[in-house]
Design a protein. Sequence first.
Length: 491
Amino acid sequence: MPTSFHLLADAPAQLLPARELMAFTLASHIILVPLGVAFPFITLVMHFRGLRRKDATALLLARRWSAVMAVQFAVGIVTGTVLSFEFGLLWPGMMGRWGDVFGIGFGVEAWAFFLEAVLIAIYLYGWRRLKPRTHFLLALPLPAAALLGAFGILAANSWMNTPQGFSLDSDGTPVDVNVWKAIFTPMFGPQYWHFVVGMILTAGFVVSGVYAVGWLRGRRDHYHRLGFAVPFTVAAVATPVQFVLGDSIARSVFHKQPVKFAAMEIVWKTDTRVPEYLFGRLQEDGSVKGGIKIPLLDSFLAGFSADTEVVGLTSVPADQRPTATQATIAHWAFDIMVLIGSALVLLALWYGLVWLRHRRLPASKWFYGPAACAGVASVVAVESGWIATEVGRQPWIVYQNMRVAEAVTSTRSTSLWIMLGVVMVVYVFLFGSFLVILLKMRTRWRLADEERAAGGPPHTPEADTPYGPRAPVPASDISAAGGARAEDGRP
């Protein structure tokens, strides 16, 4: 019987549904993360442009984006809260034993959420109620609050990958906790900056993709050109930076988590002059089926020399490394992320060359087609990066200190499967409602733009808030309403 089946048979019955539930909720939440972390920054860039150039269209876009930001944040709070509960409900072994060591990251993230909620409320309410400069200055801490939340989560995750800042007593209980070392682990810097820049470029491509679709449908006015240019420029600047940071974090994994690196590159035996496989499937006997083999490349990428030794999966016992299936999943996820990242770099270079040569946006539909798809591709890359990170670490939930099977809840597996089904139904409703709200907002804004273009008084619902001042009602409407009340005897 293959090793993978032996390991699966030895695992608790709760392990699979607990992992599936956590995977589903994380994969769903991470779709919203780029907008939560980076959208405030992009919105403020547009806001600054509007103030600096006295561009009413830029200010209109910033105001509308702030409304989207608020709706997205509300949905993100729900999905993030579910994740917080799942850590304790699904993995009590980890939280009970290690919570005192790395739990401060979750505390920082909670405070960041609270601060971000207050700042978003001030920013959203401040339109047309505060002086322009005051309104903008009050919003400046908003991106910092979003980055603080990312700081807390990445601190916790990087600790799980490279745990430090504690000692173990004779019972294996962590003592002598050093909070600073627990936060600033060897993987924290590479993970944090790779994550932050990834969120910026993903948010930029997602937002600009909306206006790229508008361009393809013939909407090429100043509103759509500006709505595309600002977020796409931010993303285009971030993309080559991300490519360099991605290489850096892969090298950090090579040095700090060599077995994970072996899984991501499906390296079976420790050796030099190791080839690189593009895709391919690792078999139980260590052979690779399918894929494209490039001789020497893996050793060269790892250490800039074909003679670089790459640690293989067989360097540790079978129960301390990912199975062949898990390694293949991590490898495919890693290759998909790199492939998408490379394509986005080419798209960013295309955009940059056109701008440098002609000082204008690209005019070819062959550019706007990929640009419209870049947002979805970026989200797929983010999901793939998360899969490579988490699956490649198996079977450890705390690397080399606690296995996932040791941390899982004792709740019946049937209950966990039912919980997964309920969560899936709720999330479909939640994300469906989010999409409906966005479409209704788009429809209202488009009607307002059409009224403005026709010369009529524009209807601007985004200027009103539930408890704030309302737009003044025209005198003609007041007179007409008064006449109607007099005719039917109403006061």
